[in-house]
Design a protein around this ligand. Structure first.
Ligand code: FMN
Length: 396
């Protein structure tokens, strides 16, 4: 982790406990993956996480269509820091030819070392058109998309992985079949978020589904995702499911030092980062600096930092007024001043800083195109709807 020890660390002897991840020709020493999160996992946040611990840090999702059209923002998403390795991109698409062309662009222009395909988005405006987590239900379409990506990536030996949910709802699960199809097509690893689209972000992810996938897909690594809030949760998931690595989403929002904890845990150490408020403030400032560099604009960087503020101070004794002021900064100077005004000696608040953070939501009936569940094959009408699915996607 960055700048030496934070409060609460002990340095116990390290004995390698968990095997590295081998994803195609890509080796990841610490079997921990930063989940792609639209609007969060930009190059600044990934650097901050990397400064804490090892792993695979996936960029924000980009749509295949935007890439093929060479949309500047899409191209920026698949532009990595010079020292970022491996460079990991996530692509979302609904049309095999466009996904193939997008992956070809990435590998031909040497923009990434790894491509992940997103089949997990539960957002109604996406599933309503048959995209996201609704897509694997159309078996042949799913197969053709994955095949197109793997074929395009194979020209440069770039591994392709897929990330998915369990399915549409409890009666329409697709993950075991999708995992087997992916394995047969030459996908290098599969990641499962243990919820259906209907479950959105409600309740607790079903880790038993991850175990079931691990028992079913036996030739490539299986990665588990959902509700890992601490290094102990990660170890618990690996023990319960036998998965080969963990994928961390909301748990690292406002907590990039979780990657230091995860690395320690994977190495068999019980060293954990328990930052004082002053140490959190230093991390927030570092995040602000990286955001300003990333956007090439202090104001934009500070604005984007705002959504992270409440997560950083979860459980710390920081009053409403201070939080509000911090969430309104527009320069690094202001950020420094407002952070310095806090009572920085406060110790780690324990349980109050732990547990769930970020997006939640209740279970809801998934929005799907009319008649979507009637058949596993794509009708002409559904094909048309799908073409629109990529225009309205924003992660999830
Ligand atoms: C704000 C936000 C944006 C997300 N964007 C994406 C995305 O672009 N691609 C993707 O595959 N998953 C996306 N996800 C889902 C996460 O990658 C992850 O699967 C999910 O949050 C469950 O993991 P967690 O319990 O560790 O958060 C997003 C999640 C959140 C909270």
């Amino acid at each position: 982790m960055r700048d030496g020890a934070m409060t609460g660390q002990t340095n116990l002897a390290v004995s390698p406990a968990v095997a590295p991840l081998q994803i195609g020709r890509m080796r990841v020493e610490t079997p921990v993956v930063l989940a792609p999160m639209a609007g969060i996992t930009n190059a600044a946040f990934r650097r901050l996480c990397r400064e804490n611990g090892g792993g695979l840090y996936v960029a924000e999702m980009v749509t295949s269509r935007a890439l093929v059209e060479r949309n500047p923002e899409a191209l920026r998403i698949v532009t990595f820091d010079e020292d970022e390795s491996p460079r990991s991109a996530q692509v979302y698409g609904v049309d095999p030819a466009t996904v193939g062309a997008a992956v070809k662009l990435i590998v031909d222009e040497d923009r990434a070392d790894h491509v992940d395909l997103n089949f997990g988005c539960p957002v109604p405006k996406v599933t309503r058109k048959g995209g996201g987590a609704a897509l694997p239900w159309k078996r042949e379409l799913f197969t053709r998309i994955v095949d197109a990506a793997v074929t395009a990536a194979a020209t440069r030996d770039v591994p392709v992985t897929i990330k998915m949910r369990k399915g549409i709802d409890a009666d329409h699960e697709t993950y075991l079949e999708a995992g087997l199809i992916a394995q047969d097509l030459g996908v290098a690893a599969v990641a499962l978020h243990g919820r259906t689209a209907a479950q959105y972000y409600s309740g607790h992810a079903d880790w038993s589904a991850i175990a079931e996938l691990k028992r079913t897909v036996t030739k490539i690594p299986v990665l588990g995702n959902g509700d890992i809030w601490s290094a102990e949760d990660a170890l618990e998931m690996m023990a319960q499911t036998g998965c080969d690595g963990v994928v961390i989403g909301r748990g690292c929002q406002g907590r990039p030092w979780l990657f230091a904890d995860l690395q320690a845990a994977m190495e068999g150490s019980d060293r954990r980062v328990r930052p004082t408020l002053g140490e959190v403030a230093d991390t927030v400032y570092r995040h602000g600096e990286l955001m300003a560099q990333f956007f090439g604009d202090e104001d934009k960087g500070c604005r984007d930092l705002r959504k992270h503020i409440a997560w950083y101070f979860k459980g710390y004794p920081v009053g409403g007024e201070s939080r509000h002021a911090l969430a309104l900064v527009s320069t690094l100077q202001e950020l420094r001043e407002r952070l310095n005004a806090l009572d920085l000696d406060q110790p780690y608040p324990g349980d109050a800083a732990e547990g769930q953070r970020g997006r939640q939501g209740s279970e809801k009936r998934p929005h799907l195109p009319h008649g979507w569940l009637d058949s596993r094959e794509l009708t002409a009408e559904h094909r048309e709807k799908l073409a629109e699915a990529e225009l309205s996607v924003s992660g999830g």
